[in-house]
Design a protein around this ligand. Sequence first.
Ligand code: AIR
Length: 178
Amino acid sequence: MAARKSPAKKKTAVRSKTKGTPRVAILMGSANDWPIMQAAGDALDGLGIAWEAKVISAHRTPQRHHDYVTTAEDRGIEAFICGAGMAAHLAGVTAALTHLPVLGVPLPGSAVDGMDALLATVQMPGGIPVATFAIGKAGAKNAGLFAGAMLAGGDAKVRKAVIGFREKQTAGVPESPA
Ligand code: AIR
């Protein structure tokens, strides 16, 4: 008898190399943002912090956004990193839905190369803060490192990893340009 094919399981998130319950949620407005937002995940993995990444658009999937953010704390999420381009409302609306810290990464790719996303992310009205990072990959990387610095206060292992990362980075800078 031919083996019955089990229905393909729909992939709903990318998970960290680091094992364990995700502590940081990396959200992005489009799957096209992943090549940049992956830098946040790499930085967190480098510090041994488990994360998960999902495509959630404040505009295209508002219900998915609401459901994910409002249940995240109960699942162990301690911070959000939100990357979006163009009229980037993802970080701001996420911050409106949770008291957890929200780190915003404006993404390039628009006619004005991310300046729209930068202003949309950074110009939050008083009362709903979003910590905003540089446009693009450097911002995604720094958001991951910053989340590590936040978690380091209550986690000796992460603190050691954050300090170790800095020491290694400093040691790796050559004195001569060639
Ligand atoms: N975006 C998606 N929904 C809301 C916003 N702001 C952003 C994505 C992406 C850009 O729109 O974050 O950077 C273009 O998306 P796409 O899917 O057309 O490539």
